[in-house]
Ligand binder design. Structure first.
Ligand code: EPZ
Length: 420
């Protein structure tokens, strides 16, 4: 297994090109199941989760032509409808094939994703919505067995909770359903917006895009033609590198980024003392001599994203004063805390709230990544910790960051990937 060796970095300088968004790529790859043509997807990030989903589609019979940052997916010869445990256990977002396969073939079997490090992460809302659309759902031997012998029909769906992949799954199922599906309490994340925009451009009439109320006019089973498209920039990757700039008191420019997707993140960094220069597709963060403490509550988009919580906790260890971080989406998304404490951070936990007292001088040591975003938080801490920080189990990091050590190394970080 690989690990990252990081030495204390004085300052970073230069440009980082942001890759396509992992969390936009996954539903958009699943969307190709709805297509009758070979779909070309550009600006794909080189991350493990994308390869896992492409492998799943290939196992189902799709033809995949994958280049570095783009892929052509042809699902016209797709003949299998079972997503097996061996794949789903490595990437829970495999659940995204359930809606499209069920809508297209009338039956689908997907291994229950099970929990993950950050929480239970049930899929009950996905299943309840599909049942409302006419599916019969059974759970047998750890598999979701879904059938819709008469096809899916449009209906009114109200999500009890905002669910990102749940919204994506139902939007895709509704695209081939018979009639109109109205979703209330839909996720508004940019990744869901792009899915809706591309389906809309492919002839699926969708109203309310970007709002919490979506109305989707289905084709009653007719597959669609999907033109080539480009994945939107990864706002969480971008936010992570902005935190790298802030924690090292550096000037960094991010290119190929969408500033309007980062409103809540930029606002919190400004509260902590950073300043920015923005253009249409770049963000430059300027050195901030002093980092101020902050209060953060994670919520659904457009509020502060849970996927930036760990990174801001690392940053908060360098802030003067007491920061309060409340995690409202996942029940176990503080596993980076114990590793940061081992580096010398002063963090106390009370339920879903972390209290971070800074400024702490962190010390490098061996630390273990526990989940994707926790991994990046440990890298950020390693940039300012005295001595050497070795981040182990970085297969977590490789799931969602494209060439992180190259990108940070190119702007002056002393970071290398080594073998255990
Ligand atoms: C997506 O996960 C993202 N993953 C996550 O990013 C992100 O943290 C999360 O949305 C929240 O923004 C992808 O897009 C692939 P949810 P998802 O369904 O869709 C509960 C990363 O680091 N819930 O919006 O699985 C759930 O337990 C990853 O890139 C139900 O109760 O999250 C959670 O408390 C981590 N029942 C809340 O809703 C359901 O059926 C939000 O979950 C579905 C969800």
């Amino acid at each position: 297994m690989d690990y990252l060796k990081i030495l204390k970095t004085n300052q970073l300088a230069g440009e980082i090109q942001i890759s396509g968004a992992k969390n936009a790529s996954l539903p958009l790859i699943a969307m190709t199941i709805l297509a009758k043509n070979n779909v070309c997807i550009k600006n794909l990030p080189q991350v493990a989760d994308i390869n896992t989903l492409l492998k799943l589609l290939s196992n189902l019979g799709a033809n995949i032509d994958k280049q570095a940052h783009h892929v052509s997916v042809d699902t016209t010869s797709l003949h299998e409808t079972k997503a097996t445990y061996d794949i789903v256990k490595t990437m829970r977002a495999s659940i995204l094939v359930l809606g499209p396969i069920l809508a297209r073939f009338g039956h689908c079997e997907v291994s229950l994703p099970g929990g993950c490090a950050i929480g239970q992460r049930p899929v009950d809302l996905h299943l309840k919505a599909l049942e409302a659309m006419g599916a019969n759902i059974q759970i047998k031997s750890g598999y979701i067995q879904a059938t819709a012998p008469n096809g899916l029909h449009g209906c009114d769906i109200i999500f009890d909770k905002v669910t990102v992949t749940g919204t994506a799954n139902i939007v895709m199922a509704a695209a081939l359903a018979d009639g109109v599906t109205n979703i209330t309490n839909a996720a508004r994340e940019p990744e869901v917006v792009q899915l809706c925009e591309i389906l809309n451009a492919s002839g699926i009439k969708i109203e309310g895009i970007g709002s919490a109320i979506l109305s989707i006019q289905g084709t009653a089973g007719t597959l669609i033609d999907i033109d080539e498209f480009c994945i939107i920039p990864d706002r969480i990757e971008a936010g992570t590198y902005l935190c790298a700039g802030a924690i090292t008191n550096s000037q960094l420019t991010l290119t190929h980024v969408e500033p309007k997707h980062l409103g809540a993140v930029l606002a919190k960094l400004e509260e902590m003392g950073s300043s920015f220069t923005l253009t249409e597709d770049t963000i430059t963060i300027h050195p901030c001599k002093k980092i101020h403490s902050v209060k953060i509550i994670t919520q659904e988009y457009p509020a502060f994203p849970t996927d930036m919580q760990a990174q801001f906790m690392a940053l908060a260890t360098q802030a003067d004063g007491v920061s309060i971080i409340e995690e409202r989406l996942f029940e176990n998304r503080f596993m980076h805390v114990s590793e940061l404490q081992r580096m010398g951070a002063d963090i106390s936990l009370n339920g879903h709230t972390a209290t971070v007292s800074g400024k702490s001088q962190l010390s490098g040591t061996d630390v273990m990544a526990t989940d994707l975003r926790a991994s990046s938080a440990l890298v950020l801490a390693g940039l300012v910790a005295n001595g050497e920080t070795d981040v182990h189990r970085i297969y977590h990091l490789d799931r969602g960051y494209d060439a992180l050590e190259e990108k940070l190394g190119n702007v002056g970080a002393d970071i290398s990937r080594l073998k255990e």
